[in-house]
Each structure stands twice: as C-alpha cells, then as structure tokens.
Design a protein around this ligand. Sequence first.
Ligand SMILES: Cc1cc2nc3c(=O)[nH]c(=O)nc-3n(C[C@H](O)[C@H](O)[C@H](O)COP(=O)(O)OP(=O)(O)OC[C@H]3O[C@@H](n4cnc5c(N)ncnc54)[C@H](O)[C@@H]3O)c2cc1C
Length: 354
Amino acid sequence: MVGAGPVGLAVAWRCARRGLRVVVYDDRPGSGASAVAAGMLAPVAEAYFGEHELTALLVESAARWPGFAAELAEASGVDLGHRTEGTLVVGLTADDLTEARRLWAYQQGLGLPITPLRPSALRDREPALAPRVRGGAVAAGDHQVDPRRLVAALRIAAERAGVVFRPARVGALSEVDARITVVAAGCGAAALTGLPVRPVKGQVLRLRAPGGGPPGFRHVIRGYADGESVYLVPRDSGEVVVGATVEERADTEVTAGGVLRLLRAAVELVPELTEYELVEAVAGLRPGTPDNAPILGTLPGRPDVVVATGHHRHGIVLTPVTADLVTELIVTGEPDPALAPFTPDRFPKEPRWN
Ligand SMILES: Cc1cc2nc3c(=O)[nH]c(=O)nc-3n(C[C@H](O)[C@H](O)[C@H](O)COP(=O)(O)OP(=O)(O)OC[C@H]3O[C@@H](n4cnc5c(N)ncnc54)[C@H](O)[C@@H]3O)c2cc1C
C-alpha cells in the first residue's frame, strides 16, 4: 500500500481484517489533503450537474458512513466527531438564490432529499444566521466527521488488525515488493502511475468559539454570499472550519486574498464569527481528476497494481465505499460492477484533437 491517507488506511484496515498481510509505505502518514479537509459528508449538497455516476457513489458511501463510523470507533476507541445535524444551504442575494434554486431543482429531480425553507424557518433552526440571509434549503442527510480523528482512528484500527507501517516515500512502483501494490497516494499517484491526477489547492481556516464553549450553531452551513461560496463546519470542540478556496495551483501557501475572501463570506453568513479566535490558516491539495470522480481499479497493463486515488473534494465521504469495493477487488480479483464508471482506463491517452 502506497499512501496512508484515509483511503489507503481504510483499504489497509479492511484487507488486514480479511486476512491479508499488509505493509503501508508513507513517510508522512495523514499529511495529505485529509489534514486540511473539512469532513463534510455531503452527497446532496455536492450533487452537481452532469456528475450522475459520482453522485450515485457519494450517496452509496454516505449511506455506509454510520455503520463504518460505529465499526471504526469500536475498533480504535477513537471518537470520530461524526455528527448528523444536517446541512443548511443558504443565499444572501437574489442572484445567489437564483443559482442555488437551479441546483436544488436538479437535486430534487434526482430524488435527493433537499427541502427549501423560508428565511424565518432557517433562522428558527439557526438563530446565528445573518438577517441578510434571504433563503435556503436543508439537506438533512448531509452529515460531517472530523478528518484528523478519522485518520488517527484508522491508523490505530489498522495497526490492531496487523498492518505494518514503513515510514518511507515510494519513488517508483518497482520499489514495492508485494503481490498486489495499491496506489492510494492522493496527489502523489500521478508521478507513480502517469494517471491524470492533479493538485487542486484549497485554503481553510479554523476558528474557535469564545469562552471554550461550542459554536453558536449546530448545522453545517454552506452559503452563497454575494457570489462567493463558503462553508462553515461546527465541531463539538468549539472549532469552526471555514472553507475553502478552489485554486488550480500546486503550492500550499496561505494567501492574504484567500483568507480575506473566506472571512468576509463567513461573517456575512454568521456575524458572530467576528468574535471567534482565528487559530489556524492552512492549505491542502485535493487530488483532482478530469471528471472530478475517483480512479478505482486495476492499472491497465499492470494486473499487480490497484489504484484508489483522485477523490478530489470527496475523499472523506467516499472512504467507506472505496474501502469496501477496492478490498473486494484485491481479495477476489473480481471488480464489482459499481467500479465500472471509475476505472483507470477511462481517460484518453492523447487529446482527442490530435
Ligand atoms: C481544503 C479541502 C477541503 C476538503 N473538504 C472535504 C470534505 O469536506 N469532504 C470530503 O469528503 N473531502 C474533502 N476534501 C477532500 C479530501 O481531503 C481528499 O479527497 C482525501 O483526503 C483523499 O484521501 P487520500 O487518502 O486519497 O489522499 P490524501 O489524504 O492526500 O493522503 C495521501 C497520502 O499519501 C502519501 N503519499 C503521497 N505520495 C506518496 C509516495 N510517493 N510514497 C508514499 N506515500 C505517499 C501522503 O504522504 C499522504 O499521507 C477536502 C480537501 C481539501 C484540500
């Protein structure tokens, strides 16, 4: 196994529980995108036009999350911060809401549970919302988990199941001596496999509620604030994650402009955030793919190499289904039909116009 992010760790844990001998290579376990991620489990709010197959996989994985969380908490003794209050999607201006309503209609057309609410009903649920919020919707099934706790739990559970960790960076697949090599290296997969995984930078802030108490709201709040899109994820610890920029860049510098945009949009939605302590500003790299969907399956021409990467914005929500499907492929050698839309060979080798 190359990579000890949530995807690699979950596959390693599952494989070890199925009786396989597993060695995980990573010089900095848990240091990839998951160290920065917000941890929204949002199959509905993240269902976008033209991504049917990805949406179906998100829905399937979200349905597996409660069982996965319970099993992992039991196996590791770690509280994952799994919370099920749901998500409010809100807009400030008429333009914001026009765009949002188009998406809600599409999501409802797919049969997904998103319910528009009047401003008064929104504020009944979350009095901390700004008076300027003009409308919104609730996605009751869109939950959250703390990704840093998830990774810590997976490491413990994997170790307890017999997984061996090697603190090493893999420079080439030939360095790994295994019957099956799994590449779960996030953005690092491109250099190892040649697959089209690219870094998509995201800046994130962590705020803390004053007085050591919990944040003044319980739902995840996703908002369109004057054309800017932002989310606020409240945790039991008092932390609020504010994210995230989406930038086609490969560096992890935090920029003044990024922080400014996030904070401005955040306080437009929930004014009391101005009183919160700013405890962290950080950036990470999502493993993006041309169609925004993960790459899962056997590498063409290499029956000994299985790829599980390219989870882009969805690696936390997709962890349970990825672990199940990829483990089944490794153990049985047979790909589940659910993997068909996500195989590594779906990308053209050369641009079509050549
Ligand atoms: C700002 C931001 C917000 C996000 N919010 C969410 C969210 O709310 N919900 C959600 O579902 N997802 C979210 N994501 C996406 C999610 O974090 C990723 O999809 C997920 O972390 C991918 O998991 P992974 O294990 O494939 O890769 P990573 O988490 O990136 O881990 C990859 C691991 O591989 C290791 N590695 C890389 N190359 C090598 C090598 N050559 N040899 C050995 N080890 C190697 C790295 O050290 C790292 O430990 C967010 C991401 C970002 C950046």
